[in-house]
Design a protein around this ligand. Structure first.
Ligand code: HEM
Length: 454
């Protein structure tokens, strides 16, 4: 898929193929400043507008990412996801500038492949079944204080549930450290999410600036991680532990080396930053959606009495399509020219695949605005047109883990509560820095069942 850049000699030799230079898709006719402002201030609506006016592949210049393509053409998206990671790197800058150089987000080539090999086993198959009890316990703990018949925001308790699950299942934290991480990390995530949209300062952060606050949270975090690692290494039960931290301590790269302490700290923070708000936001949307669809809700309640989860999973897939919380998967062109469909994209361009727009394609999803889990009963999600977790070698490593979490959280709530339906208009979209959430926090009214369903 790559080609050499335009020849620089006076004339190409007769026996060499003629090589063309860049060929970019059209650009919207907007002044640069307005284009940048529209992208920052109203990103979702801006992309819908770009799609309508410029087509499914447009050239833009935007803050932080610079020269970029916004792609919502399914064939081009498929090509991008399946292009070699040596040709397309991860988007630059990415979250690793906040999470640290040891984060998988910042790794490329062999280092990325090796880290994925280490990350994948703890977050898949038999291993994640070991976390189901933690998910149910944390959901029940949170549910104990829910008001009966009084409207409340589901998003906040979902944030606490997914945070506690990650701290226990991934960090292996308990006792004092669990409490301290519980207090510290939401502050880090909130501030980090806001700063993720701004350029990083060049030198050390100025005192009392938000960047220096973030650095002070990070120092406190590193101290807690050191304690957890030291304690895990001394734990006589380390071999039997199932948390991701102890799996990291036990695993080795292909050459027999182990993860450095700083890599473990960066990677655990990565799993938290990538997995906590995204899963909680999807759950917030799930409550927002199902409370507005009585027939869906009835089927979910009927199913929750038993062990089947076919309809619940279809509902989760449809929430992820209809209310996609991460709008883009991004890549960075790392070769002189990247041939994408009919276009030739120069080195250093960013490519933003609009996951949101791919999920609104009426050719793939008839009447795309309609919320209907039946779509995923009739057909399984397609790898390249159902992409809430991105695709290719960088596809979300926590996808199976988050599905397990969402499945068990919803099952537990449905078994213990009835959810009041509402005819209120759907909540608006709100961008929190990383994920899109329901603007009013996914408000619901629940009634505790006299006898739980199972
Ligand atoms: C509903 C929940 C989630 C959503 C919507 C989501 C979405 C995404 C997306 C869109 C990407 C980028 C993929 C790409 O560039 O092609 C990603 C990457 C990633 N996600 Fe998730 N994610 C979720 C949950 C989780 C969880 C629970 C974890 C871990 C516990 C996690 C860990 C990661 C990591 C480590 C990456 C980086 C992978 C790499 O660069 O190789 N995510 N996620």
């Amino acid at each position: 898929m790559t080609e050499a850049p335009a020849a620089v000699t006076d004339a190409p030799a007769a026996d060499l193929p003629v090589v063309d230079g860049p060929r970019l898709p059209p650009s919207p006719r907007l002044p640069r400043a307005l284009e940048a402002l529209a992208f920052v201030a109203a990103r979702r609506r801006n992309v819908i507008w770009l799609n309508r006016t410029g087509g499914r592949c447009v050239t833009v210049k935007i803050p932080v990412f610079g020269d970029a393509l916004v792609v919502s053409d399914p064939a081009l998206a498929k090509q991008i996801f399946t292009t070699s990671p040596d040709v397309l790197h991860n988007i630059q800058p990415n979250l690793s500038r906040l999470l640290g150089a040891g984060s998988v987000f910042g790794l490329e080539g062999a280092a990325h492949r090796q880290r994925r090999k280490l990350l994948t086993p703890p977050l898949h198959g038999r291993n994640i079944r070991a976390y189901e009890d933690i998910v149910e316990e944390e959901t029940r703990r949170e549910m104990a204080s829910w008001p009966d018949g009084v409207e409340f925001e589901s998003l906040e308790p979902m944030m606490r549930i997914t945070l506690n699950i990650i701290l226990r299942a991934v960090f292996g934290a308990d006792g004092v450290e669990l409490q301290q991480l519980r207090d510290l990390l939401p502050k880090w995530v909130t501030l980090g999410s806001r700063l993720s949209l701004l350029p990083s300062p060049k030198g050390p952060p100025i005192r009392f600036s938000p960047w220096s606050k973030l650095a002070s949270y990070r120092r406190a975090y590193d101290g807690l991680i050191d304690t957890l690692i030291t304690r895990a290494r001394q734990d006589p039960n380390l071999e039997n532990r199932t948390d991701v931290l102890s799996l990291f301590l036990r695993s080795t790269y292909d050459d027999g080396s182990t993860m450095a302490r700083s890599e473990i700290g960066d990677e655990l923070l990565t799993l938290l930053a990538a997995g906590h708000e995204t899963t909680a936001s999807t759950l917030g949307w799930a409550f927002e959606r199902i409370s507005r669809h009585p027939a869906v809700l009835q089927r979910l309640a009927d199913e929750a009495a038993g062990e089947d989860n076919t309809y619940r999973l279809a509902t989760i897939y449809e929430v992820q399509r209809n209310r996609t919380v991460i709008d883009f998967a991004g890549r960075h062109v790392a070769v002189p020219l990247y041939e994408l469909g009919e276009w030739r994209i120069p080195e250093d361009f960013s490519i933003l695949i609009s996951l949101l727009q791919l999920h609104s394609d009426p050719d793939v999803y008839p009447d795309p605005e309609r919320f209907d889990p039946q779509r995923f009963i009739d057909a399984k999600p397609n790898t390249f047109s159902w992409v809430p977790f991105g695709g290719g070698t960088r596809r979300c490593v926590g996808a199976a883990f988050s599905h397990m979490e969402m499945d068990i959280v919803l099952r537990t709530v449905l078994r213990h509560f009835t959810i009041q339906t509402t005819s209120a208009a759907g909540e608006k979209w709100h961008h929190r820095g990383v994920a899109f959430t329901p603007k009013k926090g996914g408000r619901v009214v629940l009634y505790r069942r006299a006898t739980p369903l199972a």
